[in-house]
Design a protein around this ligand. Structure first.
Ligand SMILES: Nc1nc2c(ncn2[C@@H]2O[C@H](COP(=O)(O)OP(=O)(O)O)[C@@H](O)[C@H]2O)c(=O)[nH]1
Ligand SMILES: Nc1ncnc2c1ncn2[C@@H]1O[C@H](COP(=O)(O)OP(=O)(O)O)[C@@H](O)[C@H]1O
Length: 233
């Protein structure tokens, strides 16, 4: 692993199943950049049977999005508890913001006051038909957010997380019908965020396309080194 010279505050945008979680874990290994996945935070709330968890569970099962104000509160408190709101910190957001109201509240009320605005907005472009069959084989380890795939990256021991040995689970929202609804929500509400960020700071937006994560990651890796520099080991 090598660190970056300048702090990178990264947002991964892309349709469900395009590999945001996969790229997050690779960037953690490569540059030591920690990620925050809104979906993982919600799944933990569901597991812990909190009030947010019961709201999230019913909405997620329909493939719909939670209310913007609920999500902004969850993410803001998580950003503060991880002490990420400083210009010197590098971090990555996955799954939030997902709508324009979320993006403008994040930028104006949370990041700008801390001089910690996003400086690298990555749009992952993977064909919808490719991700539809990926989802059929997805398994997750909820406590860590680690992601597996029965064909692409199966766990060492069937049904068990490689690190903890704890059981893996299928996501109820990975049901094909619900997944199609999530794609509709993405196209309607999240895809327009690329234009939102291009209008705010075009140079910060980076589009990367590929049919596999192995094609996408090297492009992402070299762009990050180009923009943020790499500390010599
Ligand atoms: N076949 C295949 N599966 C992949 C690839 N990249 C990720 N996956 C799997 O596809 C599923 C979706 O990836 P994930 O990172 O969870 O996407 P996210 O929903 O955007 O976070 C998971 O089961 C991954 O293990 C790939 O290049 N090829
Ligand atoms: N920023 C958000 N705003 C509203 N709902 C969200 C947000 N992030 C996650 N969710 C809810 O959690 C579900 C799972 O999110 P996530 O794990 O990011 O899925 P994926 O990356 O596969 O699209 C979403 O379909 C949605 O119901």
């Amino acid at each position: 692993m090598s660190r970056l010279l300048k702090p990178a505050r990264v947002l991964l945008l892309g349709p469900p199943g395009c590999g945001k979680g996969t790229q997050t874990s690779r960037l953690l290994k490569r540059f030591g950049i920690s990620g925050m996945s809104s979906g993982d935070l919600l799944r933990q709330h569901i597991k812990d049977k909190t009030e947010i968890g019961s709201l999230a569970s019913s909405i997620i099962k329909q493939g719909k999005l939670l209310p913007d104000d609920v999500m902004v509160k969850i993410i803001e408190s998580e950003l503060r508890s991880r002490s990420w709101l400083s210009p010197s910190q590098s971090w990555l957001l996955d799954g939030f913001p997902r709508t324009e109201p979320q993006a403008s509240l994040l930028d104006s009320q949370i990041l700008s006051p801390a001089s910690a605005n996003l400086n690298f907005i990555v749009e992952l472009q993977v064909p919808h038909e490719i991700i539809l069959d990926r989802i059929a084989n997805r398994l997750v380890h909820v406590p860590s957010g680690r992601v597996y795939n029965l064909t692409y990256n199966p766990p060492k021991v069937e049904g068990k997380d490689d690190v903890t040995g704890e059981p893996l689970s299928r996501r109820p929202d990975d049901d094909p019908e619900i997944f199609r609804q999530r794609l509709v929500e993405f196209d309607k509400l999240t895809k327009p965020l690329v234009t939102y960020y291009e209008n705010a700071n075009k140079d910060a937006v980076f589009e990367v396309a590929g049919e596999t994560s192995d094609i996408i990651f090297p492009q992402l890796e070299s762009e990050m080194i180009k923009r943020f520099g790499e500390k010599a080991e």
